[in-house]
Ligand binder design. Structure first.
Ligand code: BGC
Length: 367
């Protein structure tokens, strides 16, 4: 009997130790906030990762950042693995806005709050909040820059857009079209590379379907190589009256640099003005060198601060502050929005260097 008791108490101790070890193990793996970003292949998202890491120093909550590498399947695996680690909040920038619905629906079912980051997840009710830049303003700023730097009348206008799987591509194009269309209508610009845009050039606003038709022709898929090939094809097909001084709506910096290189190497192109966005270091250098005309600076530090602020409010059981809402095709998602800044050669130093965003030593020829 005594021996039996001893055996039982040893067993109890063993079980307790095992339970303690398991608890320790799970708390070591436990993650409060999961962050999922689209790809490491574009400097934009590597920058976001770094800004998240900077912002997370000194927080009490544990976080983990995973990349989807351009694959919605990998994105879903990432979300599932974070949910399994017990996350309470998911901050996710979708690779493909529609395809990400399945991943976040799973997370929401598990009780996780979902924050869509920069890109909106579309056609699902499983998005709780959205932190974003003013993407329509990005497109407007790009279009306005081309207008402000137009040379006379009848200037050829080359249009390029982002990936149709990214809701932002529509917002950027919508913003650009809103200012460019009146200038196409009054003859300042003539569209050089999209028959769909020409067919719709009398419309001051476009439906999503109409935008889809144009974007289908002018998409770069956010891919610098695809942008380069498309620009080459466009210039090969262009008649002489579509060269000379030209304006180019390029949706972001990665595509702008490759499109600019193609236009720069065409002898029949006398001059070009080309837009961009993200203030990527390589494009800041292009602007200093006069190879890219402008970029739209989106201060990622602010977006990261807003996203983490929202996550912490949710973890603390509070309601995050929002400034408006975005319809995602299914619901209105409460959103916090951040303004953007136009940068060209004239203010590159004050906006990006003096502000402490980048060190001057990263660039050559800065004045
Ligand atoms: C982002 C841009 C980025 C693009 C390509 C968009 O959703 O807002 O900043 O350049 O995706 O990754």
């Amino acid at each position: 009997m005594k021996r039996g008791l001893k055996a039982i108490s040893i067993m109890v101790v063993v079980v307790l130790l095992a339970m303690a070890a398991a608890a320790c193990g799970s708390s070591a793996n436990k993650v409060d906030v999961g962050i999922v970003l689209p790809t490491k292949d574009e400097p934009r998202w590597v920058q976001d990762e770094q800004r998240f890491k900077d912002a997370l120093k000194g927080t009490n909550y544990s976080t983990e950042i995973l990349f989807s590498q351009g694959s919605s399947a990998k994105e879903k695996d990432n979300v599932d693995s974070l949910v399994a680690k017990g996350i309470k909040v998911l901050i996710i920038c979708p690779q493909d806005g529609d395809a990400a619905a399945a991943a976040v629906e799973g997370a929401q079912k598990a009780g996780v709050k979902v924050i869509s980051y920069d890109r909106l997840i579309t056609n699902t009710s499983a998005v709780d909040y959205y932190v974003t830049f003013d993407s329509v303003a990005v497109g407007k700023a790009q279009g306005q820059y081309l207008i402000d730097h137009a040379k006379g009348k009848g200037e050829p206008l080359y249009l390029y857009a982002g990936a149709a799987s990214d809701n932002n591509a529509f917002l950027f194009f919508q913003g650009a079209w809103s200012v460019l269309q009146p200038k196409i209508a009054d003859g300042t610009f003539k569209i050089a590379n999209s028959s769909e845009a020409v067919a719709l050039q009398g419309n001051s606003t476009l439906t999503r379907d109409q935008e889809s038709k144009i974007i289908g022709q002018i998409t770069t898929n956010w891919d610098a190589n695809e942008a380069k090939n498309k620009a080459q094809t466009n210039l090969t097909a262009a008649a002489a009256d579509m060269k000379g001084d030209v304006a180019i709506l390029a949706p972001n910096d990665g595509t702008a640099r490759s499109i600019a290189d193609v236009f720069a190497s065409d002898k029949a192109v006398t001059s070009y003005v080309v837009t961009g966005q993200d203030a990527e270091k390589a494009s800041v250098q292009y602007i200093i060198d006069g190879k890219q005309s402008m970029t739209v600076f989106k201060d990622v530090r602010t977006l990261v601060k807003d996203a983490m602020g929202m996550a912490v409010s949710l973890l603390d059981g509070k309601t995050p502050e929002t400034t408006g809402s975005y319809n995602n095709g299914k619901i209105d998602v409460k959103a916090k929005q951040t303004n953007v800044i136009v940068v060209d050669k004239s203010n590159v130093k004050s906006a990006l260097i003096d502000s402490g965003y980048y060190p001057a030593s990263d660039f050559k020829g800065l004045q």
